[in-house]
Design a protein around this ligand. Sequence first.
Ligand code: PA5
Length: 444
Amino acid sequence: MRLRLSHRAQPFVSERELMNMQPFIDAAHQLVTQRSGVGRDFLGWIDLPDQQSTEMIAAMKKKASEIAQKANVLVVIGIGGSYLGTRAALHLLGHAVPELAAPSLRVVYAGHNMSATYLSELLADLDRYDVAVNVISKSGTTTEPALAFRFLQAYMEKRYGKEDAATRIVATTDRANGALVAMARASAYATFVIPDDVGGRYSVLTPVGLFPLAVAGVDIDALLAGARRAKQELSESDVSKNDAYAYAALRNILLRKGCAIEAFVSYEPGIHYIAEWWKQLFGESEGKDGRGLFPTSLDFSTDLHSMGQYVQEGARILFESVVRVKSPRHALTIPELASDADGLNYLAGQSVQHVNDTALRATMLAHEDGRVPQVLFEMDDMSEQSLGYLFYFFELSCAISGYLLGVNPFDQPGVEAYKKNMFALLGKPGFEAERARLLSAREE
Ligand code: PA5
């Protein structure tokens, strides 16, 4: 139930270079552990694995089992950090071919886009299911989830009546502020609180992720146990002992060597949304003040047949962070074919995992020849424990990495720019001056 850093970008980064980072890592470690750095009011995620209220966990489980009994579809409404962790977890832990899955409860998403087509087709098909809704927004005012909830709330009340709808809707939001908490109070919805000191992208181990995961039948105790283990094992500042810190240091070294892009690579399709979660975590935490790596992701071997060409021979501006799952959920042995018509008999008796691992090894060697630095993570398996470990590992790395870079890893001021323009152009009250400015700038 671990994540280990087993290859540290050699030969592109030497052991000495990594060790030279130790004083800077020590300083970042102090900022996190002494809670003295910029953004220090948002370090609550550090304690989530071992300091959550048992009453709150019990209340979540109780409501989750109530919802799971009456619904077979849970609509999770949220965007960014308010839904990506749930999606990442369910994608990893769930059926590898979701289209063929028949779970007793399906989780679908809304409020992560503003597409009328998406929302209409979602609403049109809900009648075939027993529905529950978990609306999640820390600020309680984000446009995308608020818009989706307006439609979903109306749907639920029309279909079930106000009273029954209220038992099927759960709001996860701030304890006191924002429109959502007021709406939840007015309609007597069950609510779960997102702690003040945990920002969206660090919130998967709060009710933001834990509640919908519990409804979907995920063992949230095991998830937290994995995170707890990561917290214990990643507590030292020494980069030779702390893989999360070594990773943060390597990213920093590679950025300064001209690798402006980091690709999160995996060979298990179940990791696809973990990469999405990771992208948001690092992109939103570090991409500011004109700095930061651009995080992207590649699903291998699928993308070896598309982006693989670029990685091998394109501009030398990227490095890869590769995740290998040591024990995937299933083993499969390649059968012998009498005719050997496909020419694959040389693999007969071998496991598919061996072929996948060999693709990983071969690709790493090829990319090294192509001058692409790589780090390799070994994830024990695809269990709740390993996932909890991974979540905590990357949150910690991200905080350290942000401090090494000299940015506030916990704010996201740049996200406001599009919102301000959108509100102005949509005519939201209070944005009149901005609207006039934007429209006149266009006319000029
Ligand atoms: O990491 C973050 O803070 C953001 O990605 C938020 O999670 C996202 O913008 C959603 O915000 P909210 O939960 O307030 O609706």
